[in-house]
Design a protein around this ligand. Structure first.
Ligand SMILES: Nc1ncnc2c1ncn2[C@@H]1O[C@H](COP(=O)(O)OP(=O)(O)O)[C@@H](O)[C@H]1O
Ligand SMILES: [Mg+2]
Length: 333
């Protein structure tokens, strides 16, 4: 639907008061049209899926991911209502929905971290929320059935991050291919699929999770490793961060596993550490490279991958972090 049609439809539904409604594009999205809607002092956000993402490498995806996002918000609202946006209007046929706008005092967590605000308390809240989503949906057949979006997960995550990265390294390709296959077969809990700081808004210690379109029933290790990857890369880039700030990956890991309510987490830990190494390389040589890494960082990560992939850390994240820190100040050029 184009902007005119969206406006007409929403006006007919009587969502707005009076005639004065403005739609302005919001920045930041690569996979959707996102508009800020203003009407009589009230603000909303409309999100509609695009059929072609705005990144350099060609990367197409099914617009039904907007429906997965609607479903995810609905499901998580049932136990963590304050941690997902409030939906005002949802349209499945046209793959869009309107939610409340969370402007200031809400701040984007990635932007906060980039300006040195790396709060352990916020990190704990983020870990708690993820553990809650995974625990709640753990081995739940009806959730598995509802979020059977392996094709989307393949297209938006496994292909661009895992298979594409592996294809650039004949020596490691088999490891990446095996991991891809494993991820596509593993059904254990509801994954968010894009669990990264840029999709989290923070107000004090309250965290609000956005952008749930890659939600899929799968391996919770993916979300944990995805977030740890961001926290570690920031630790690498901001290596002169104040000492208290620099332990966010450990805070996240410890708190997540404290809060997780499942019988056995050793295998999950082992899978997470293994996947984390691959995701680190994926942010350098995959289809969605991290924009804040310079050539020195990129080389460092490639070398770190080569060193760490042969080391078996088992479920010991502290050992992995020590290994990371031992090499953190190695020459980045
Ligand atoms: N309800 C909202 N309130 C405030 N800002 C929002 C809201 N939804 C999205 N945004 C802003 O728009 C950005 C992109 O939205 P997101 O859902 O992450 O889309 P994409 O899939 O394109 O990344 C977010 O990072 C956030 O800054
Ligand atoms: Mg986003």
């Amino acid at each position: 639907m184009d902007l005119g049609e969206l406006k007409d439809q929403l006006t007919k539904l009587g969502i707005f008061e009076g005639e004065e409604v403005t739609f302005s594009p919001l920045k930041g999205g690569v996979s959707s049209d996102i508009y800020l809607i203003q009407n009589k002092g009230r603000k909303y956000v409309l999100k509609q899926a695009l059929s072609q993402l705005r990144v350099e490498e060609e990367w197409l995806a099914d617009v039904t991911r907007n429906l997965a996002e609607q479903d995810f918000i609905h499901y998580v609202s049932s136990f963590a209502r304050d941690n997902v946006p409030e939906v005002i209007h949802a349209d499945r046929q046209n793959a869009f929905f309107v939610m409340s706008y969370y402007g200031p005092p809400y701040q984007n967590w990635k932007a906060m971290m980039m300006t040195g605000q790396r709060s352990p308390e916020v990190t704990r809240q983020v870990a708690r929320l993820l553990a809650q989503i995974h625990s709640h949906s753990y081995l739940n057949e009806s959730v598995q059935h509802q979020f059977d979006h392996t094709n989307l997960f393949l297209e938006l995550r496994v292909e661009p991050y895992i298979l594409f990265t592996g294809s650039k390294y004949p020596k490691w390709k088999q490891i990446f291919d095996t991991e891809a296959e494993r991820l596509l077969e593993h059904g254990e809990a509801l994954m968010h699929g894009d669990f990264s700081p840029k999709n989290i808004l923070v107000n004090g210690e309250q965290v609000l999770l956005l952008d749930h379109e890659v939600a899929c029933y799968g391996d919770p290790a993916f979300d944990i490793a995805f977030m740890l990857n961001h926290l570690l890369l920031k630790r690498l880039v901001f290596s002169n961060a104040e000492p208290g700030d620099s332990k966010l990956p450990k805070v996240f890991w410890d708190h997540y596993f404290q809060q997780l309510n499942i019988k056995q987490s050793i295998d999950l830990k082992i899978r997470t550490i293994h996947l984390l190494k691959m995701l680190m390389l994926a942010r350098v040589d995959g289809k969605s490279p991290a924009e804040y890494l310079d050539e020195g960082h990129r080389d460092w990560i490639r070398k770190f991958f080569t060193k760490s992939i042969g080391v078996n850390f088992q479920d010991n994240f502290d050992a992995f972090l020590d290994f990371f820190d031992e090499h953190r100040f190695d020459d980045k050029n």
